[in-house]
Design a protein around this ligand. Structure first.
Ligand SMILES: NC(=O)c1ccc[n+]([C@@H]2O[C@H](COP(=O)([O-])OP(=O)(O)OC[C@H]3O[C@@H](n4cnc5c(N)ncnc54)[C@H](O)[C@@H]3O)[C@@H](O)[C@H]2O)c1
Length: 370
């Protein structure tokens, strides 16, 4: 059985070619850079040259903690540093397009945080600009590189589940939204800032849906203005279905975060370990049952890495590979336009109370630029 898992383990390996030691600078010295970006890049041996933040004291503290050599006074100073080939931007979505435009105009390849932009329209302009300047632009939509999710995706790709018919993700946790003061006043909260990862993964597993239906909710007395609960159901032309449920007001200390993939020949079930004690959590769990393999009941796949920080190597490694002439990053900004479009469609359903129909899958480029 261990040998059987070798192709799954191979699919989960994140490759950082030794020749890709390019100078990286980071914009934003916030919580996620501190706990995820910098620890991940250090363990992968990447070359982080410097960092900048509007709050220079915060940037200095983060740089000291992680041994980052240079703290820039501002973005202009950073973009004058010839050693920088790649800029990793990790600021709130509202601030990201302006930073991204400046980075791309300065001729640097860029990785943006999720959500990549506050709207498809803003993101589309950035994708166009990167294309015109022949620069690689990708998004840190890193749940696709979380080992449990990668293993589940690999099992689908190996045919162990037969035809994939249903995917469900069910999260019931406490989220301390006040840790991000800029999120408190936003009228659309949960999906833009959290569940976007799950919706992106649903696209990765099942392709583009033909319709979605969503409801959202708030809890009396909660601090944030926007929704802190969402339930989204999907339908695909193939007949496949999906369901994403996220609830962030669990105050009783019994969080759960599960995923399940069902096919006509097998199923995968697992947990997203990070969400049991954010931001360290534990490794995911993954089990598979398959008539194709075949397995004798549920068989556990041994997960050894964590969402935070390990998955954060993935989008950056893929971007560096693309800069060196490798393949298009799995989480390219072009691909991410469809994730943002899906999020907008989900909110449209939530606000109208109606099903939102999406355009049929006519090819990403054609669908997103016409
Ligand atoms: N798993 C994930 O993918 C994940 C998890 C958490 C946060 N995020 C995303 O990462 C981004 C940052 O989140 P965070 O938790 O670090 O937030 P944070 O509030 O802790 O930090 C944000 C930082 O960005 C800085 N900043 C804002 N605008 C700037 C600008 N124009 N130039 C330079 N610095 C600027 C702020 O001063 C602050 O230090 C957000 O978009 C968030 O959605 C992603």
């Amino acid at each position: 059985m261990i040998d059987l898992f070798e192709p799954v383990a191979a699919a989960c390996r994140i490759h950082v070619p030794a020749s890709d030691r390019r100078g990286i600078a980071i914009v934003g010295a916030g919580a996620i850079v501190d706990v995820a970006h910098l620890p991940a890049y250090r363990s992968a041996g990447l070359d982080v040259v410097g960092i900048v933040d509007l709050d220079i004291t915060r940037a200095r503290a983060v740089a000291d903690r992680h041994g980052v050599e240079h703290v820039y006074r501002d973005l202009d100073e950073m973009l004058c540093d010839d050693r920088i080939e790649v800029v990793d931007v990790a600021v709130p979505a509202q601030a990201q397009p302006d930073v991204a435009r400046r980075v791309l105009h300065a001729g640097r390849h860029m990785l943006g945080q999720k959500p990549f932009a506050p709207s498809v329209a803003a993101a589309r302009d950035l994708v166009r600009l990167a294309q015109q300047r022949d620069l690689v632009l990708a998004v840190n939509q890193q749940l696709r590189y979380d080992e449990g999710m990668m293993a589940a995706h690999a099992m689908v790709a190996l045919g162990w589940l037969g035809e994939l018919t249903h995917v469900s993700i069910d999260v019931d946790i406490w989220t301390e939204w006040t840790s991000w003061p800029w999120m408190i006043e936003t009228p659309e909260l949960e999906i833009w800032n959290h569940s976007i990862h799950y919706h992106d993964v649903i696209r990765w597993l099942l392709g583009e849906p033909d319709r979605v239906y969503a409801v959202g909710g708030r809890t009396k007395g909660q601090a944030p203005r926007g929704e802190t609960r969402s339930v989204t159901s999907y339908h695909f032309e193939s007949g496949a279905t999906a369901l994403v449920t996220a609830h962030h007001e669990n105050s009783f200390g019994d969080p759960h975060a599960t995923f399940r993939l069902d096919g006509d020949q097998g199923s995968v079930r697992g947990t997203l370990g990070l969400l049991y004690d954010y931001p360290s959590g534990r490794p995911d769990t993954v089990e598979v049952m398959s008539r194709v393999v075949p397995t004798d009941g549920w068989v556990p796949y041994p997960v050894t890495h964590r969402w935070i920080p390990d998955a954060f190597v993935g989008p950056m490694a893929a971007l560096l590979d693309a800069v060196s002439g490798g393949s298009v990053p799995l989480t390219s900004a072009l691909d991410n336009l469809a994730t943002l479009g899906l999020v907008e469609a989900i909110y449209s359903s939530m606000h109208s109370g109606e099903v939102t129909h999406l355009l049929p899958d006519a090819g990403l480029e054609q669908r997103l630029f016409t």
